[in-house]
Design a protein around this ligand. Structure first.
Ligand SMILES: Nc1nc2c(ncn2[C@@H]2O[C@H](COP(=O)(O)OP(=O)(O)OP(=O)(O)O)[C@@H](O)[C@H]2O)c(=O)[nH]1
Ligand SMILES: [Mg+2]
Length: 454
């Protein structure tokens, strides 16, 4: 398992940071680990090679982002390529709209999860798309197969076609279609037989059923745990049934699901659903970005995002803290801080630790803090840039203009400015007390959520 791909990248590589341009040697180094991680996730080696080639062509010559290390930068590109290869960011689930009965043929290897998926899909279509659905069991190979579908369907109140399996799958398909038409179903879902191996007999039967039903959708159910041989399975089914969608069953297990990448690459067909449990409700639309995180190792994506955020906010915090204690804190800075506070940003901690700020926030108690903050923001927004930098110029007529502009009372402005001036005074005193050198510690402590020892 490779929970932290980034950490597996060599130390020298990891240390390269912002501003450096990645060269071929750097990228090759990272690709070694990336290739291994893809193979670990059961991605077919040819597919892994293609993804690596694409990452390479994008990464060589790319500049490392300011707050990322080389490793993170490559992992970032890798993640983007994975999402793209899995279907892109935006992917809407099929709507199953068309001339009724719209037929969905479900195929796959034995035990992959076809029958379970048929029931899940029927429920999804009824609940989410508000369409009428019927189920057609065309698995006449396994004696209990029909009963399994009929029983499952009954349990969730979906109608299933029930006829003797001795007739054979093709006859059942023909009769089932007539039944669906007579029932005026919007959608008819057809379960088929699976086999241990892909064999000619199964494929012929499938083609036959397909010819009789002309299904609009032809889905292949793949067990997420199938491993890299799933690529051949997907290819064969696609050649015979011209698939329109892939379904990944048993995604609730701990398979990394590399088959998603391989099957999608070899067929070019979208992955439409993921089965996430045994129950009929356990079906989800397929999310390429979630899947990419899974193949990549969740730890990496999380670390990546956190690291980037940390770096940004730490830098911001230092910058503001230095301004505050150097007495250069303006109304503009104050407005920025307010914005961050509203977002419950990481600066909340540092604000509380600053003399004056706590009081100011405290005086908001009893009133709606959100509204107060908006008011203050409106006041600052109605000032000119010069006024924000030097609030001392704010005489009576300027305050009147601001009150009109911000829809507040002059008394609101007076109160706010008084508080702001006091806060600034306190900040200056604070820095005179020799605290300037401890700003860094303060900022860092606030970042980590700990109270510093001043
Ligand atoms: N955990 C989990 N189990 C699943 C999922 N889908 C199916 N199963 C289980 O996998 C087993 C096989 O599922 P079926 O739906 O019978 O598979 P099938 O492809 O119809 O099998 P055959 O008809 O024998 O070819 C059953 O025990 C299901 O409960 C899933 O998404 N998650
Ligand atoms: Mg079945």
């Amino acid at each position: 398992m490779f929970d932290h791909l980034t950490e597996r990248l060599s130390a020298a590589f990891r240390k390269l940071t912002g501003g450096v341009v990645l060269n071929e040697t750097h990228v090759e180094e990272a690709l070694k680990e990336i290739r291994r991680s893809l193979l670990d996730a059961d991605v077919h080696f040819k597919v892994a090679r293609d993804v690596c080639d694409r990452v390479k062509s994008r990464a060589v010559g790319a500049e490392i982002w300011k707050n990322l290390t080389a490793g993170q930068q490559v992992v970032r590109i890798f993640n983007e390529e994975l999402v793209e290869a899995l279907g892109g960011k935006e992917q809407s689930p099929p709507a199953f709209a068309g001339k009724p009965p719209l037929i969905v043929l479900v195929a796959g290897l034995q035990g992959s999860g076809k029958t379970t998926f048929c029931v899940k899909l029927a429920l999804h279509i009824r609940k989410k798309l508000h369409k009428t659905v019927g189920l057609l069991p065309c698995d006449c190979a396994r004696p209990a197969a029909k009963e399994q579908l009929v029983t499952l369907a009954k349990r969730v109140g979906i109608e299933a076609f029930d006829s003797p399996i001795q007739k054979g799958a093709v006859t059942v398909a023909r009769e089932g279609l007539k039944w669906a038409q007579s029932q005026f179903f919007d959608v008819l879902i057809v379960d088929t037989a699976g086999r241990q191996q892909i064999d000619e007999e199964l494929m012929r039967e499938l083609s036959e059923i397909e010819r009789v039903l002309s299904p609009r959708e032809r889905f292949l159910v793949l067990d997420a745990m199938i491993g890299s041989q799933g690529l051949e399975v997907a290819r064969t089914f696609h050649e015979r049934a011209r698939l329109t969608g892939l379904v990944l069953a048993k995604m609730d297990g701990d398979a990394r699901g590399g088959i998603a990448l391989s099957a999608r690459a070899v067929t070019g067909v979208p992955i439409v659903f993921a089965g996430v449990g045994e129950k009929p409700e356990d079906l989800e639309p397929f999310h390429p970005s979630r899947m990419a995180s899974r193949i990549l190792g969740m730890g990496d994506v999380m670390t990546l995002v956190e690291k980037a955020q940390e770096a940004i906010s730490e830098e911001d915090a230092m910058d503001s803290a230095q301004k505050m204690f150097g007495g250069r804190f303006t109304l503009e800075d104050f407005r920025d801080q307010l914005k961050r506070l509203q977002n419950m940003g990481p600066l909340e901690g540092i604000m509380k630790l600053i003399p004056g700020m706590g009081q100011m926030m405290g005086s908001l108690k009893g009133v709606d803090p959100e509204r107060e903050m908006k008011k203050v923001e409106a006041i600052i927004n109605s000032m000119t840039a010069a006024e924000r930098k030097k609030p001392d110029v704010l005489n009576g007529s300027r305050r009147l203009r601001i009150s009109k502009g911000s829809g507040t009372q002059v008394s609101d402005i007076n109160r706010f400015l008084k508080q702001f001036m006091e806060m600034r005074k306190m900040m200056k005193q604070f820095s005179k007390m020799g605290m300037g050198s401890r700003i860094k510690k303060l900022a860092q402590a606030a970042q980590s959520g700990k109270k510093p020892l001043l």
